[in-house]
Design a protein around this ligand. Sequence first.
Ligand SMILES: Cc1cc2nc3c(=O)[nH]c(=O)nc-3n(C[C@H](O)[C@H](O)[C@H](O)COP(=O)(O)OP(=O)(O)OC[C@H]3O[C@@H](n4cnc5c(N)ncnc54)[C@H](O)[C@@H]3O)c2cc1C
Ligand SMILES: Cc1ncc(C[n+]2csc(CCOP(=O)(O)OP(=O)(O)O)c2C)c(N)n1
Length: 571
Amino acid sequence: METIGADILVRCLAEEGVEHVFGYPGGAVLYIYDAIFKQDKFKHILVRHEQAAVHAADAYSRASNKVGVCIVTSGPGVTNAITGIATAYMDSIPMVIISGQVPTAAIGEDAFQECDTVGITRPCVKHNFLVRDVKDLADTLRKAFYIARTGRPGPVLVDVPKDVSLQPCKYVPPKGEISMRSYAPVNKGHQGQIKKAVQMLLSAERPMIYTGGGVILSDASEELRRVVERLGAPCTNTLMGLGAMPASSRQFVGMPGMHGTYEANMAMQHCDVLLAVGARFDDRVIGNPRHFAQNARKIIHIDIDPSSISKRVRVDVPIVGNVKDVLVELLAQYDAARADAKPASLDKWWQQIEAWRGKQCLHYAGSDEVIKPQFVVEKLWEVTGGDAFVTSDVGQHQMWAAQYYKFDKPRRWINSGGLGTMGVGLPYAMGVQMANPGAEIAVITGEASIQMNIQELSTCQQYHLTPKIVCLNNRFLGMVRQWQQIDYGSRYSESYMDSLPDFVKVAEAYGHVGLRIERPADVEPALREAFKKHKDRLVFLDFITDRTENVWPMVKAGRGLTEMLLGSEDL
Ligand SMILES: Cc1cc2nc3c(=O)[nH]c(=O)nc-3n(C[C@H](O)[C@H](O)[C@H](O)COP(=O)(O)OP(=O)(O)OC[C@H]3O[C@@H](n4cnc5c(N)ncnc54)[C@H](O)[C@@H]3O)c2cc1C
Ligand SMILES: Cc1ncc(C[n+]2csc(CCOP(=O)(O)OP(=O)(O)O)c2C)c(N)n1
């Protein structure tokens, strides 16, 4: 049947099983929006800023393991979307971004709302396409979805000139699986390498398991839990991997890195065999690489992206493959080999770990006078039974959320780790709720971050989205202020938040509920009111917190992983 490009695009999205598309219209995508108007296969969510469309689609993917989809118009639509695309790229999130482009004949002529989308996005997408002929549109979209979700996932952009969306063309249904000669990700790990890893693990006296976002992306939490229990070793999850290993497990030692726990960092540094699973040895995790390399230890690294291996830290046994496949094989080989081998006792290692844990590095001084931000997160955990989806923005509140909300399940903790993008929290919650309509959702944010996409309170009103916004309001760009205190002689250059709006009134103006909480005794009742009484409303909880609380532990920039400051007494 003859149809036009825009209809083909809409049919392809339906073919991929897309149920939600986040977007914002404009001239170059008007035929596409006309086709959207005429279809009933997916729901379109109209955001208030393109950046939020990308963040929402990104979180939709993080919470559901589906490919997130968004549509933006040419020129400013695309440039507004860049922060969202780069954010998803840094955290390896599978997404398809469809952008409008000026008509093919006008490309390169400084046409109205023209920008070089392929050029601008090239460094922050897994791949991008410019469709010049409508006959290529369906195939290109199918490839885009395939590339986004396979191998190391990532955002893929498809730029569609306006005339391509109008050109007539026949719709040709897909023919079997997609295969691309130049792109063939490896899922199964090399048997011989896995064997080497098993031998190393069997002879380890101080094994340590360091896991990251790759476990979540691979939906391999169950397999990870089995491996951790079988090896009997301690396990740490990076900021991107939280929830992959249940925080309630005794074998979980907390997050590693700059704001990681004492026990996780000490175990990373003092182990004799480190099993790294879907984690990329980020600088926030290993600190100064020279210090990290000081202790001799064998490193096994499982990663689907060969370019991630030995990128920052030289490893001994690289295993290229999908976490899930490799862990299944590793466990089978381990069980088979264990019958003949006598694994070393780990009792001494665990005594050491318990001694480190005994430091209670996350202990903080409570107060009856002023609200401690950590206390709010602890109470949030209690009130939601530890089972909410929690999105966060970027700053101190993000670290307190990671440290004090004990995630037991994967895909519950949604945040920007790699790019560290302030402003993601609220649009992330929108994407999460679209993917999980009945779930309890909290946005842990700061009074600065929330203002970066606060216009989305309007989108929430339109689509009856009801996250509870937990704003830890310290009247400072807290994370910046903390660094200035520690590294810049307490010269607080432009890191205060002045002229703040009355957030209760802001929430009410958008049709939501606003609460201001100033005393510690009111924290829990306010949270209960928000999650129970106002279950079906968006509630903005403005917690007025201790202005100068710091995030501890902290590894200062350039320092070694175990050179941790545990509190202000260490300054
Ligand atoms: C203010 C701030 C403070 C921070 N402090 C910390 C901190 O203290 N501790 C901390 O941990 N982080 C911290 N971060 C986050 C940090 O910047 C990195 O984003 C994070 O550490 C990276 O996590 P990851 O190694 O799990 O990698 P990810 O970015 O999640 O990468 C995943 C890895 O897994 C691989 N992979 C993907 N899919 C698969 C698959 N199917 N199979 C196999 N491999 C796969 C990828 O190739 C990649 O190498 C902080 C961020 C901010 C903004
Ligand atoms: C878009 C963007 N701009 C700047 C920064 C640098 N930055 C990181 S944390 C932070 C302060 C965040 O303040 P707030 O949201 O109030 O959170 P707090 O640290 O006080 O908890 C800033 C400015 C960033 N991460 N993202």
